[in-house]
Design a protein around this ligand. Structure first.
Ligand code: TNX
Length: 737
């Protein structure tokens, strides 16, 4: 029985929120700008664009950029036009702060003043945010093109406002990077940290060593790099040519974005070592924290520094940035412990532990970087030895503590503290993402302040260059456009932390601006951003499922049969009376195009992970910390990890002491919640009698389902293709009764 009742909660919340755009598109209330400007005064009336709006100013990039954006939306600009004008004044004589601007909008004239191009560019970005969001996607209805009269005086709090993108684990091609940069510019982000080489792919053309990209940019069954991170049993990869890089650098510069290239050394180097195995120590050491082996450069091999110099030389010529980032993180020191010549070097230099070899290496590469006129940047492991020199930039990532230490030790520090700034972390417990640094909700990220919590002295504050968000792309293969899902809207929060004054920061207000206007902007910018899912609960007394909207104007659609809601599913307008709530799924939709993850009622259990197995067997060895017995403990958080890659013929079998009656068995593989290292190719089968087997689903994204029509005695996972992670991870069976 399912019927519909009005649901008061939705209406009550909706009343609390305001919208600033009226029917005619004329802005009447405070505009919802992100990042919020330092100072804004509203005026009366509005400026109306026409087909002959005159733009006056030098042919500098901010002026051309505005012209291009207006033209792309069908708004003609006429240099001889008389009707109304936009006037640029870009000159150091204006005496405005770096990257700062004054934007004055009158009914007949928009005045933009700045001391540098960057400032004028940001005035243009603010102006675009004041226009209808369709300015970003073209398709103008000229009647609507108005902006409110106002005056803004604005400048950034930090000079470094960055986002990092890992293109090694997942590859994003040159045309995608251009879009990525455009999106950053819309948010007044001015640094793009490009993580170009890691264990799972080398992504930058080095002319002297073409093998690096001919071989090192590809993984697959017949490539030098094995498949990983969902690339499956096929060839996967790609790289940027030097021509593409130069084009991207130029495009970025015209958006006030400096690109900091990173080649991660001496760890995280599996890709280059797969091409040039001679760079490794002769004896294989242990695995890195991420389970990668053969990924550490030998410190004592002199030829290695010549190869590094070849690479740095070309990188220095491609990127105008003062900095080259050379990693330095998560080095598996064990390889140097086993290497006779590294041990000899240690003795000669009087080092007592292998960490000193890391600093030895960093000093050497720093020298090379300097030879080519650049400065060294690295992850915060490099700060632990004063011999590195205080002219190195430290990217603090491990903790608030390492960030504080770096600043107090006198390093120029970029704050990319994982527990706040890693946008590869989950955004909620239900969503895909890493969780080793915790769950990074939008609100948690927004609460981070690079200065406030530390009590730095004025001198120490000078060392804080700014803030950066980082996207590591191990999980980039799915779902659809996950990179944008993880980056947005969290990039908007990074932008506001980096730009706005701490006094003006207020999460409820940020969220209001986000859902009222910025969602629309991001939508027209072409970003597949993350939408929050509704809060759904089942009320047993009333026999009703109730939905709380994540924001007042949210559209929530639902299904009643357990399937994924889509844009044709009905919109949830009220409480739903039902006595079978288990199969209901709800999702938030934006313009019927983007949607949140789908959820059921959070207070009813959809399945159980009971200790139903009397025995679990496999032909694979088990990892000591993730034994096979984890699969029969009934605890969904513990799981089994094999001691090697899974190969065809491998199996895992769950046996039930008492035959199991249920409607569904969900066989999920991969690390719980993170879903890394699951079955790549395989299927499930099950038995009613322990002798005969019935073939079930093949695995899709590591999951297979069984719908038995009798009692089940055993379930078996059969592997048909190599798994694409270094190990296989398998979870408890999820049983739906
Ligand atoms: C740690 S952050 C790493 C990366 C991983 C990331 C995943 C850093 C310097 N190293 O190699 O991709 O965690 O969150």
């Amino acid at each position: 029985m399912t019927s519909v009742k009005p649901y008061f909660l939705i209406i009550a919340i909706a009343g609390l929120f305001l919208s600033f755009r009226s029917e005619a598109g004329v802005t009447e209330k405070m505009p919802c700008l992100i990042p919020v400007p330092q100072d804004l005064k509203m005026g009366e009336g509005c400026f109306r664009f026409s087909q002959s709006t005159n733009i006056r100013g030098s042919r500098s990039y901010p002026v051309l950029y505005l012209q291009e954006k207006l033209n792309a939306s069908g708004l003609a600009t006429d240099p001889s036009g008389q009707a109304e004008e936009i006037v640029f004044s870009i000159s150091p004589k204006n005496g405005l702060p770096e990257e700062g601007y004054r934007l004055e909008i009158g009914e007949k004239r928009i005045m933009i003043e700045s001391s540098d191009n960057a400032g004028a560019f940001y005035a243009v970005q603010t102006l675009l945010q004041l226009m209808p969001p369709r300015i970003y996607s073209g398709g103008a209805d000229i009647e609507e093109w108005t902006v409110p009269c106002l005056e803004i005086n604005d400048y950034p709090r930090f000079s470094y406002r960055g986002m990092m993108l890992d293109v090694s684990r997942t590859f994003y091609d040159a045309s995608y990077i251009k879009k990525h940069i455009e999106w950053l510019a819309y948010h007044k982000i001015n640094r793009f940290h490009w993580h170009l080489a890691d264990d799972n792919g080398w992504r930058i053309e080095i002319r002297k060593h073409p093998e690096l990209t001919e071989k090192g940019a590809w993984r697959g069954p017949d490539e030098v790099i094995e498949p990983s991170f969902g690339s499956g049993n096929k060839r996967y990869g790609g790289y940027y040519t030097q021509k593409e890089i130069r084009e991207i650098v130029r495009l970025a510069a015209e958006r006030n974005i400096e690109i900091i290239p990173e080649i991660d050394l001496p760890g995280h180097s599996r890709a280059i070592a797969a091409v040039f195995p001679e760079i490794l120590c002769p004896v294989e050491g242990g695995a890195s924290v991420q389970g990668e082996t053969k990924n550490v450069w030998c410190v004592s091999r002199e030829e290695n520094y010549r190869l590094i110099e070849d690479i740095i030389k070309e990188i220095a010529s491609m990127f105008p940035s003062e900095y080259i980032h050379l990693g330095g993180d998560e080095v598996a020191l064990a390889s140097w412990k086993e290497c006779p010549s590294c041990q000899k070097l240690m003795k000669e230099c009087g080092y007592t532990d292998e960490n000193q070899l890391l600093f030895h290496f960093v000093r050497r590469v720093k020298g090379i970087v300097e030879k080519y006129g650049k400065k060294l940047a690295g992850w915060d492991e490099i700060m632990e030895d004063s011999s590195i020199g205080k002219d190195a930039t430290v990217y603090a990532w491990r903790s608030v503590g390492t960030a504080e230490k770096s600043v107090r030790s006198g390093y120029r520090t970029v704050m990319q503290v994982a527990e706040y700034c890693y946008v590869d972390m989950k955004q909620s417990p239900l969503e895909r993402g890493h969780n080793w640094a915790g769950i990074v909700t939008l609100e948690k990220l927004y609460s981070f302040d690079p200065l406030d919590k530390f009590n730095f002295t004025d001198e120490e504050k000078e060392n804080v260059a700014g803030i950066q968000g980082g996207f590591w792309s191990e999980l980039g293969n799915r779902p659809y456009r996950f990179v944008e899902y993880q980056n947005y809207p969290r990039t908007a929060a990074i932008a506001e932390i980096g730009w706005s004054s701490p006094e003006s920061r207020d999460y409820p207000d940020f969220y209001r601006r986000l859902v009222t206007s910025h969602y629309d902007r991001m939508y027209h910018q072409g970003i597949a951003f993350r939408l929050p899912y509704p809060d759904v609960k089942y009320f047993e007394k009333e026999n009703a499922v109730k939905v709380r909207l994540p924001y007042p104007s949210a559209v929530v659609r639902y299904t009643v049969d357990g399937s994924e809601p889509d844009s044709d599913s009905p919109v949830c307008m009220s409480a739903i009376v039902t006595d079978s709530p288990r199969k209901f799924r709800f999702a938030t939709f934006f313009n019927n195009d983007l949607k949140s993850i789908s959820v059921g009622a959070s207070n009813i259990k959809l399945f159980d992970t009971l200790a139903v197995c009397s025995d679990v067997i496999t032909n694979m060895g088990e990892h000591t910390r993730f034994p096979l017995s984890n699969l029969k403990d009934g605890n969904a958080a513990t799981y089994f990890r094999s001691d090697r890659k899974a190969v065809p013929g491998d199996y895992i079998e769950y046996r039930f002491g008492t035959p199991l009656s249920c409607s569904e068995i969900i066989v999920e593989t991969g690390i719980p919640d993170i879903t890394l290292y699951g079955v790549t190719d395989g299927y499930v089968e099950y038995s009613y009698n322990g002798i005969d087997y019935v073939k079930g689903d093949t695995f899709v994204d590591g999951v297979a389902v069984i719908r038995p029509d009798q009692q089940v005695k055993s379930v078996r996972i059969n592997i048909t293709g190599k798994s694409d992670g270094p190990v296989l991870a398998v979870q408890d069976l999820k049983i739906v009764f």
